[in-house]
Design a protein around this ligand. Structure first.
Ligand code: SF4
Length: 233
């Protein structure tokens, strides 16, 4: 049974999303129990409203989705032209904050044939997690580190990680913080014209592990106020 960290855990794949942010790429959701307690934006998560929450609840309760091993088989069956954004909501499978090594390795290997694939994580950078995430990035699956602190984002970026940062609204589309360039997600910057499927002229920014900037996401969703409160310099 898919019990991880004392909870049943499921993941669900949509091969051809109709999501207004991502566009028609493959996307997934993973049970809420995978989100670490240390996530600074947990109470204000953008996915806790509307359609995303509906889907996320279905996956969390097992109405939709599959145990990790079966989900990995679904990933293998994706056509080799698909782009894949893992975890519209949810995080990497873990036990007490340590990413499940065997499952994660199988998962990364299962998507080797996909040309673009990325996700985000709020898991802490324990030595164990660092090793797995560095390995994953080398294997072509970009795991963006998520934070709500610009200073933390700049620090992680300088350590060579791909980083995303939730920020308050009203900041310039591009600016420097602690000598690191911060660039706003094009979807946010152009009011939704760009989608992940059209972002970056064939190489979405979030897929680029070696990009020269931190990607920013201004707080949004019905919990925007709380999200913005969680942000810091
Ligand atoms: S930066 Fe590009 S790939 Fe990343 S979330 Fe925004 S639109 Fe999608």
């Amino acid at each position: 049974m898919p019990i991880i960290n004392g909870a049943f855990v499921f993941s669900a794949l949509t091969k051809h999303a109709g999501n207004s942010k991502t566009g028609a790429i493959a996307v997934s959701y993973t049970s809420q129990d995978t989100c670490p307690a240390t996530c600074g934006i947990k109470a204000a998560c953008y996915a806790k409203n509307g359609h995303a929450l509906l889907q996320w609840n279905k996956v969390t309760t097992g109405v939709r989705g599959k145990p990790p091993e079966d989900f990995i088989e679904d990933i293998k069956s994706l056509e080799p032209f698909r782009w894949f954004r893992h975890n519209i909501a949810g995080d990497l499978w873990h036990v007490n904050g340590e990413i499940c090594k065997l499952l994660f390795e199988k998962f990364v290997e299962a998507m080797r044939h996909l040309p673009r694939k990325w996700t985000y994580t709020h898991h802490q950078l324990t030595p164990h997690n660092q090793e797995l995430l560095r390995w994953s990035i080398k294997r072509g699956f970009t795991v963006n580190l998520s934070t709500e602190s610009k200073t933390e984002a700049a620090k992680l970026f300088q350590l060579g990680w791909p980083v995303c940062c939730v920020t308050e609204e009203g900041l310039p589309n591009s600016y420097l913080h602690n000598d690191v360039r911060f660039v706003q997600c094009p979807h946010s910057a152009d009011n939704g014209i760009t989608q992940c499927s059209t972002c970056g002229n064939g190489d979405p920014l979030c897929n680029r592990a070696d990009r020269k900037f931190v990607i920013t996401f201004p707080g949004h969703g019905t919990r925007k106020k709380k999200a913005i409160e969680a942000c810091s310099d």
